[in-house]
Structure formats: structure tokens, C-alpha cells
Design a binder for this molecule. Structure first.
Ligand SMILES: Cc1ncc(CO)c(N)n1
Length: 224
């Protein structure tokens, strides 16, 4: 089989954890955006919590960037991650303008438990004990869940409310999809050469990202 046809280890894990992957990428909140039934207080809750998440995600991606420069052996890895970091800069500006559009004052938003736990998980991944291949797998999964979720809200037959199209476009656009594929290719390349222990850890980290993503969407139910 040609290399391009071969199923990578990430796709094998996604198949193995198919129902959890679906829970993370087709959550009720996401489905409600797509079918137009979304409760706007849920959206505002998500917006405030995700703004806080992204502020914590920046140092995580910066850590990935440093590792991509030192540990990867491929000069292109750093460029891919730098592109991601640059788009987080725009994203923070976008969050601020969405916050004023929806009347969400981020200075008063408090991180909920699921958000705190996700941040702690990211901090643990920044330890130098964690292998590059494991960190890259986590990074891919974090980005891919948002890409798949929001692309679903833009797919054929969607009834996504006009005022939420901008949010869906942020992560559902084709450029972001391509970027996620680049990150996936980096992770796959690293995993091909990884030790047994690293593979076990990478699969575990992938599962834990999916669980954190489900818990993150669940916060939107509170609507507070
Ligand atoms: C919870 C969460 N996961 C992933 C991303 C980005 O991919 C985000 N902004 N928020």
C-alpha cells in the first residue's frame, strides 16, 4: 500500500474510540447550533468559558512551538505551529469583539470546574517529561474537535443562525481544516517512530482530550 493510503495510528485510535469521538464532535450544543434551536444563554456561557480556555491554550501552544524548534528534526513543524499561534492572536481579538456583541463581560467570567480541569491537564502536558509525540497528539485532538464540530454547523442543510456563522467559520473554515491536517501529519510522523510507552501514553492523552472536550461542551447547559 502507498504511504498515503495507509491508515495511521491516529485514525485507528479514533475508530477504536468512535463513540467518544462522536460525543466530542457532535455534542447536543453543537447540534443545536446547526439545527438553529440553540439557546443563546448557552452560547454566551460557552463564549465566556472558551475565552478563558484560549488564554490558557496560548502558553500551551507556545510550549509546543518551542519543542517544535528543538525536538522535531523537521523545520516545517515550527512553521505549522507558529501559524496556529498567530491565529490565536486573531482569535483573542475576535473573542473580545464577540464579547461586546453579546454583552458578555469577560472580566467577570469565572472558570467553571470543567474549564479548570482542562487547564490543569494542559499544564501537565507542558512538562518536559512528556514526549513530543504525545504533546503533538494532544494538540491535534484539541484543534480537530473544534474543526469537526464547527464544520458540522456549516455543512449542507444547516440552519445555523446568521449571528453564529462567524463563530462557526473561525474553526469550520477550510484553512483551519488544512492546518489541522498538517498538525495530524506531524503527530503521525512522530508516532511512527515512538516507543511502545509513548504510544500508550499518546492514546491515553487522546482519550482524555476527548473527555475534556465533552465536559467543556457540557458547561453550556448551565447557561450561566
Ligand atoms: C475547549 C476548546 N477546545 C479547542 C479549542 C480550539 O481548537 C478551543 N478554542 N476550545
Amino acid at each position: 500500500m502507498e504511504k498515503s493510503e495507509k491508515k495511521g495510528v491516529i485514525d485507528t485510535w479514533i475508530d477504536k474510540h468512535r463513540s467518544l469521538y462522536a460525543a466530542a464532535t457532535r455534542h447536543d450544543f453543537v447540534v443545536s447550533i446547526r439545527d438553529g434551536s440553540v439557546d443563546l444563554s448557552s452560547f454566551k456561557t460557552w463564549l465566556g468559558q472558551d475565552y478563558l480556555f484560549v488564554r490558557g491554550f496560548v502558553p500551551f501552544v507556545a510550549n509546543v512551538l518551542i519543542r517544535a524548534g528543538k525536538e522535531s528534526g523537521e523545520t516545517s513543524d515550527m512553521e505549522v505551529v507558529l501559524g496556529g499561534l498567530a491565529s490565536l492572536n486573531d482569535e483573542i481579538e475576535w473573542f473580545k469583539s464577540e464579547g461586546s456583541k453579546w454583552g458578555v463581560d469577560f472580566s467577570t467570567v469565572v472558570a467553571q470546574k470543567a474549564n479548570q480541569e482542562y487547564s490543569r491537564f494542559l499544564e501537565a502536558l507542558m512538562s518536559s517529561e512528556v514526549e513530543y509525540s504525545v504533546v503533538m497528539t494532544a494538540f491535534w485532538a484539541i484543534e480537530a474537535v473544534y474543526q469537526e464540530s464547527f464544520a458540522h454547523c456549516l455543512g449542507d442543510g444547516n440552519k445555523t443562525p446568521a449571528e453564529l456563522i462567524g463563530a462557526c467559520n473561525r474553526w469550520g473554515n477550510d484553512g483551519f481544516r488544512q492546518y489541522c491536517l498538517s498538525v495530524k501529519n506531524i503527530a503521525e510522523r512522530c508516532l511512527e517512530n515512538a516507543s511502545r510507552e509513548a504510544l500508550v501514553e499518546a492514546e491515553d492523552v487522546l482519550v482524555r482530550v476527548l473527555e475534556h472536550e465533552v465536559a467543556f461542551w457540557e458547561m453550556s447547559r448551565g447557561g450561566q
